[in-house]
Design a protein around this ligand. Structure first.
Ligand SMILES: [Zn+2]
Length: 72
């Protein structure tokens, strides 16, 4: 239970949704111009583009993997 709670809590504390939604999951470039509209993401650095809905989840999932104390 302790292990599970720790994983669930860490991303909430460390990830800032506003910055995450502007940060490219492909190259890490953070720019408000990456979000020309609320529903669209287009990286100004590498050109990565996709519907904006999936961006925060991708970034949070990536950090969650990094923060896990062990795998398996
Ligand atoms: Zn990029």
């Amino acid at each position: 239970m302790e292990y599970k709670a720790r994983i669930a809590g860490v991303p909430v504390v460390l990830v800032h949704p506003r910055n995450t939604s502007r940060t490219c999951p492909n190259c890490g470039h953070c720019d408000k111009k990456n979000r020309p509209t609320r529903d669209h993401f287009h990286c100004q650095s590498c050109g990565f583009a996709r519907p904006a809905d999936g961006i925060p989840a991708v970034n949070i999932r990536g950090r969650d993997e990094v923060m896990q104390p062990y795998a398996g």
